[in-house]
Design a protein around this ligand. Structure first.
Ligand code: FUL
Length: 635
């Protein structure tokens, strides 16, 4: 071999070695972490990313001004004068929502489409001479505006003659089939667990397996919502407040929607080691009630209240289903539409400038020291790239150095949940020069799909995210930092349910029971103070003068875990001896889940000086109950 050939061989040999080296170092990829616990399905992931969508409560209740119709309403009461589903869809789209879910059938059994399994439908109404179909109009409008379409159907049906017999299950399944095959893609099937008849009246053993099979047969990708999923779960209250700790796992074995559901606080927090992936959905109404009422036109939640709800729902690993009930025209009232758009602007303004952009990041740990899991993945804007650690590392810290000192008051963090939910405790800290150490700004427990921490504004350049508790190595895919206007979502989640006094209660005197001074708290115009009554005795009040009595108001405790009156009698009297019974065994609908002020109007006005409010049944089934305020309506 001559010298030249030898040199070529050695030259290429070196190149060969370099190439081999390169190839082996590239192929030495570090394995991603094994999934932890149960995982979301592909469809649950797509659902979770929707975050925010519209609930529509619409039906006879819109026209009769009640929250729960009893199914005996004349279907002719349903007669919107100018139904415009395109207006709802356009608004939802402009408000930043991704879908609309409508009460196709509420507890009164009225069907918003001409169902062949019922005689209590739009077909029997005056609207469009019985030829209309709200589901058709809404599903078309959703398609036009690029929104997903979902349906609420209440299994509890106070109208259907077969309710309470096994036959009803087949009928309900057929009803589902109609809705799920007639209007295109349905992204979510909403099953309401409420059943005011569960303790008395007609009882129905629901065939949940049949209902679920029906849904999956016709809409295999639909998310089935109920108290216990299986696609998504109710988060336990109707106030818009998910648990601060909120696992997307839940134990559902042996539970059922409704009376058989886990306790409200379990629903709001999930189960840390739960065996099913059932993420939370927060449903709440923009008004005090779920259905439109002219009485609540001035009670639409404020932007601040809505922003609070944003943080306690989307900011706590939950989707937000915000109810915006159309009015009797069949349109969304200007008060609600203007507020929704203000809410949209507040969200946009709050999250317009991510102060983390341009920051440099360092972590104490990176899985296998591999660039594939580098901490920079947290700010690359890509959902599927994440930072993680070696399997045995359950506590770790990330230092964030901003390009310059910044003032901020919100921190957003996301876990990469396709690999399971892991983090159980974390803190956000800032470097404090004067103390030459880290100072805590805020802390949280779970993260899940998305967690937003709120705290008073601080200024700092160096921050640290410390994951101090994780069930397996943490896997995060996003962090963001914002300075939002202080007034947006400052934490005052008051529902503004003031007592209704059109006359002052100054002259009023409680004649019975003898509860001493403390009982006066039920008429002190302050809903935060009230009285606990241990027995179901009637409350008799002397109003001090003859008045035209047109109705009354009752404010229960705003804590659904405390007992309220759910069924009552109400009487009035001119002299305190001869009583006229105005309401007999009447019901405060949905008061357990939504303990808001109850306004009761009488059929006619009564002259009287005395009122008697008599509890017949309480939400907890016991004798005791709470009254925060009682008021009368005279105008
Ligand atoms: C509850 C129902 O009883 C209310 O009327 C409303 O539909 C709410 C969303 O769910 O369970």
């Amino acid at each position: 071999m001559n010298k030249q050939l030898l040199s070529i061989c050695s030259h290429y040999g070196l190149l060969f070695l370099v190439l081999v080296g390169l190839v082996t170092s590239c192929s030495k990829t570090v394995e991603p972490p094994a999934p932890y616990g149960v995982l979301p399905t592909e469809h649950q992931m797509a659902w979770q990313k929707m975050e925010y969508y519209m609930f529509i409560h619409f039906g006879p209740n819109t026209f009769t001004d009640v929250e729960w119709g009893d199914g005996k309403e004349d279907p002719k009461v349903f007669n919107p004068t100018d139904l415009d589903c395109r207006q709802w869809a356009k608004l939802a789209k402009e408000a930043g929502m991704k879908a609309i879910i409508i009460t196709a059938k509420h507890h009164d059994g009225f069907c918003l489409w001409p169902s062949k399994y019922s005689t209590h439908t739009v077909r029997e109404s005056l609207w469009k001479d019985g030829k209309g179909d709200v589901l058709r109009e809404l599903s078309d409008a959703c398609k036009e505006y690029g929104l997903k379409f979902g349906v609420y159907l209440s299994p509890w049906d106070q109208n259907h003659p077969s309710y309470g017999t096994p036959e009803y299950n087949t009928i309900f399944s057929n009803t589902l089939t109609e809705v799920l095959t007639g209007y295109g893609h349905v992204f979510e099937q909403w099953f309401d667990g409420a059943n005011g008849d569960a303790h008395k009246g007609k009882r129905q053993e629901y065939d949940w397996d049949l209902f679920h099979n029906t849904v999956y047969t016709h809409q295999p990708h639909a998310i089935i919502f109920s108290d216990v999923g299986p696609g998504a779960r109710w988060m336990g209250n109707e106030k818009g407040i998910a648990g601060e700790t909120n696992w997307s796992r839940l134990d559902i074995e042996g539970f059922e929607p409704g009376l058989g559901a886990p306790a409200g606080d379990t629903l709001s927090r999930g189960n840390v080691y739960g065996k099913a992936w059932v993420p939370a959905e927060t449903d709440v109404s923009i008004r005090p009630g779920w259905f439109y009422s002219p009485r609540t036109d001035d009670k639409v939640k404020s932007v601040n209240q809505l922003m609070d709800i944003y943080y306690t729902s989307i900011g706590r690993n939950s989707n937000l289903l915000l109810n915006v009930p159309p009015n009797r025209e069949g349109r969304i009232h200007p008060a609600d539409s203007a507020r929704l758009m203000e809410f949209r602007r507040a969200i946009d303004e709050s999250f317009s400038e991510n102060l983390i952009t341009g920051a440099s990041l360092q972590s104490t740990d990176t899985r296998g020291k591999s660039p594939a899991y580098a901490v920079e993945n947290l700010i690359d804007g890509k959902y599927d790239s994440y930072w993680t650690t070696d399997d045995h590392v359950l506590s770790s810290a990330i230092e964030i150095t901003l390009a310059q000192p910044q003032t901020f008051n919100r921190f957003l963090v996301q876990e990469y949940i396709p690999l399971g939910q892991r983090v159980a405790g974390f803190t956000l800290e800032r470097w404090d020069d004067s103390a030459a150490g880290w100072t805590k700004i805020a802390e949280g427990t779970t993260i899940g799909y998305k967690r937003i921490l709120r705290f008073p504004s601080v200024t700092a350049q160096k921050l640290r995210l410390h994951i101090h508790e994780s069930l397996a190595c943490p896997v995060l895919n996003n962090i963001e930092l914002y300075n939002t206007p202080e007034s947006f979502g400052s934490g005052d989640n008051d529902t503004d349910e003031n007592p209704f006094y059109d006359i002052s209660p100054d002259k009023w005197k409680i004649l019975s029971p003898n509860g001493g001074e403390s009982l006066n708290r039920i008429m002190d115009a302050n809903k935060s103070t009230g009285a606990y009554l241990p027995q179901m005795v009637p409350i008799i009040i002397d109003l001090g003068e003859m008045l035209p009595l047109k109705g009354f108001t009752y404010i229960p405790s705003d804590n659904s875990g405390e007992p309220s009156i759910s069924r009552y009698n109400f009487s009035v009297s001119r002299d305190g001896t001869q009583w006229t019974n105005v309401k007999q065994s009447a019901v405060f609908n949905n008061i357990k889940n939504n303990p808001i002020r109850q306004d009761v109007l009488f059929d006619k006005s009564f002259e009287g000086r005395y009122i008697k409010f008599e509890p017949v049944e309480t939400t907890m089934g016991g004798q005791e109950y709470i009254i925060a305020e009682i008021g009368i309506i005279t105008k």
